[in-house]
Design a protein around this ligand. Sequence first.
Ligand code: DGJ
Length: 747
Amino acid sequence: MSILFSEKTKTFHLYNEKISYIMTVLPNGHMGQLYFGRRVHHKEDFSYLLERVSHPMTACVFDDDDSFSLEHTRQEYGVYGTTDFRHPAVEILQENGSRLSNFVYTGHEMMAGKPKLPGLPATYTEQPEEAETLVVRLKDELTGIVLELFYTIFAEGGILTRSVRYTNEGNESVQITRAMSLCLDLPDHEYEWLQFSGAWARERHMKVRRLESGIQAVDSIRGNSSHEQNPFIVLKRPTADEEQGEVIGFSLIYSGNFLAQAQVDAFDTTRVLLGIHPFGFSWKLEARASFQTPEAVMVYSHEGLGDMSRTFHRLYQRRLARGYWRDRERTILNNNWEATYFDFTEDRLVEIAKKAKDCGVELFVLDDGWFGARRNDQAGLGDWIANKKLLPEGIAGLSEKIEALGMGFGLWFEPEMTNPDSDLYRTHPDWILETPGRHASLGRHQHALDFSRPEVVDSIYKMMAKILSEAKISYIKWDMNRSITECYSRVLPADRQGEVFHRYILGVYELYERLTSEFPQVLFESCASGGGRFDPGLLYYAPQGWASDDSDAVERLKIQHGTSFCYPISSIGSHVSVSPNHQVYRETPLHTRANVAYFGTFGYELDLNKLTEAEQEQVKEQICFMKKYRKLLQFGSFYRLSSPFDGDGNVSAWMTVSEDRREAVLGWYRILSHANRPCSRLRLSGLDETLCYCITEDGQEREGVYYGDELMNVGLVTTEGAAKEVALGEKGGCDFDSRIFVLKAEG
Ligand code: DGJ
């Protein structure tokens, strides 16, 4: 890995074994983009890549030079209105009403490692030799605004991170109205665009379309990154697939309003923008103040979507997630939400926990309903004090009882919210986000607290810290059940109201930072009505997130498959729930529910007492299996073999392979059973071609041994007959069937 600068040609070349990123100072002093892709040899002079073509009649040119118009020049941080007409990376409203700027290169700096982003989550290095950072300085002389463009190239993987710091070195304050984290101009538009979209209970479904002339975008203006869209997109060549071909993934480490956009212009170049959504955003930058954008991560691979995902997984698992739980196998938990909802007593909880312990569960989690006057979702949020009628000895008492059973104890909070029917709201009605003179809309009977205010965050911190210090708590589920409306903070002046959405998220990060530093061994799981804020920003604090409120195994295939494009398996909260399922009322076999949940953090979301004895025995076996293989499942290399989004989506398959390629676990899932089926084979991935593997299928050994090359090229036979199952009436004949294969290298 290296960053080279040619003084003569004013060109930067950032490269590692996988990628090259080349940019240059343009004739007008702006920064121009020359290349991003597979690694190329270094040269002093790449200036030929700056193609200066005259486009007569329509072009406005920078300085009466027909061949230099910003409109036709690929830039690093595009500006609008000075010959470029594409959507820009930056817009600054000045006191005279102008929004133009002219950012000219003034110098640069290189450093080993990667500096922290103040107040924001970001990837990091542990040793300086893991990455190198380039900071390019640009200045707009008229306003005195200085931009520092941060580029970090990691030694391993095709990873480049970017962010921008704005500093006002002028005398007048300005309003930043657009400050993207990343702008990348690509020389063509021969790409497919992948996005991960949905709604509550159907998060991160993959959608694919061709890039076309004009703008394609996904975004959120809901205050949270949202169920509807995820701050992650992929551009892939149309012929690229899981195993080969050029792909670029773009991910924003941020949990609030975002925009991810690609604009294809009249000459087929593509501009990608990623950052805080400019809609409704403004930031007043006083003289000498700075503003830091969130970090954007680009991963390039010429080895397909699978390699891109594994690169994101490694980075986010090892150099975004932090702390005690980063590299630890996830605790198997039993959450009481779908078992009881609000209808519980302490005795009932202990009864559920006892059976869970009996079956091998390691942690019992008490979900919503334990505090204040909360007996349904209409009261109590904000009153983080145990309801003594339900829990006579409080959380401390219950946690001791659970610990005495030999399990850990976990607790649910929704720190950012309050119900109008709560003591918190009655005492501080002015603490909510609402616009003066306007109706304040409710969402799930609750208001969002004004987390842009430090005193609000501080008071919630104190309540939570008190409970955490008084009780034995080893896990927190941090929920967030409504988007933000009537966004306005009563303590900020009119010209700072555009900052509230961002300041709110900074407040969330601040609370996470304080709690995770004060209680470093507590495992945090983020949640937002399921997967409404499943984003890299929260992975920095909470190494796992509840992926969706939809716990149906079949629905989860799409949700977990889509989630895996960017997020590591160790981060995907996945539980076995009751059948018929509470969201879609589908009946699925217990083995399939577990087989899907294995590819995640794994746990149970039901009262195990209500299962038959035979089912309880099955649960014990499942937990034994998970304990044996969770390290491999959660931290191995993940391969998507068959997609629920392809064709009729009837068969999905995933596998994880150990680092030494000697062991693998494979999950195979078939939604509907069809009579008289054709023979089927599944081509595996990631194995060592030269090793011989023994295979067990649902615990039964298959005859023979199989070379890695055979399994990856010929495939694994998945036809039922070959699996020695009876076709009718038995497991192999049912809908919603699945199997788990374990592969072990011989010798
Ligand atoms: C939404 C979460 O996603 C659920 O798992 C549960 O915690 C409820 N909120 C509780 O209100």
